[in-house]
Write a protein that binds this ligand. Structure first.
Ligand code: FMN
Length: 209
């Protein structure tokens, strides 16, 4: 293998504006999965918003995280609702749902129900109060277990336990996993860019001993 030598640009976050360091981080750490999070407030108003600071962080039991920043120095509705009742649904976004997902990311007032705004159908969850999105190919009912301020940032990380999966039957593979080409996940890239899956490559891990 011949190794090409490229010149590298090295810099620290302190040399950058906060906006520029955000842009670098979020355009390097890609593609990020998108959690489309539904919650409900004490009055029963539904809320829906996308979060790409999202990942699986452990299993078993299946455990996920999202990280919610502030809006004008105040907590976003998603965090307020999770703090109030510890419940959220994590809906999956496939390529066909890009436009409604984007509509729900608008900084709407607290009393706006983003389901009706984006013409999506709320359907009851089985074990928690926030509804799931009928149009989503998969969803997970989640109970928040830890709400952790992320030191030196304005973000709050919510770590939650998946208590139920809802998955469209036709996207399962025979081995019980999900067929990625049928899930058609949308990945968030930097800025307003999104990507779909490219080639799927299979490679078994090395077996030692
Ligand atoms: C694809 C996408 C991913 C996003 N990811 C995040 C995120 O990880 N954290 C965050 O605080 N905001 C994120 N946002 C912005 C929120 O969706 C937006 O602030 C939304 O209005 C929050 O709604 P809420 O106040 O109803 O909770 C994202 C927006 C988009 C379009």
């Amino acid at each position: 293998m011949s190794l090409e030598i490229h010149s590298m640009h090295s810099l620290t976050p302190e040399e950058l504006s906060p906006r520029a360091s955000y842009r670098l981080l979020t355009s390097l750490v890609i593609p990020r999965p998108i959690a489309w999070v539904s919650t409900v407030d004490d009055e029963g108003v539904f809320n829906l918003a996308p979060f790409s600071f999202f990942n699986a962080v452990g299993a078993p039991p299946p455990t996920v995280m999202i990280s919610v920043d502030q809006r004008n120095g105040k907590p976003k509705d998603t965090l307020l609702n999770i703090r109030a009742n510890n419940e959220f649904v994590l809906n999956f976004v496939d390529a066909s749902l890009l436009t409604p997902m984007n509509a729900t990311s608008g900084e709407w007032e607290h009393d706006v129900d983003e389901f009706s705004l984006a013409q999506l159908t709320p359907t009851p969850s089985q074990d928690i109060r926030p509804p799931r999105i009928l149009e989503a190919v998969a969803a997970m009912e989640v109970i928040a277990k830890q709400i952790v301020p992320v030191e030196d940032t304005t973000s709050t990380m919510v770590i939650g336990r998946v208590i139920r999966f809802h998955i469209r039957e036709d996207i399962f593979r025979e081995d019980g996993a999900i067929d990625p080409l049928k899930l058609r996940p949308l990945g968030r890239l930097g800025g307003d860019n999104y990507g779909t899956l490219g080639e799927v490559i299979q490679l078994a891990r090395p077996k030692i001993g």
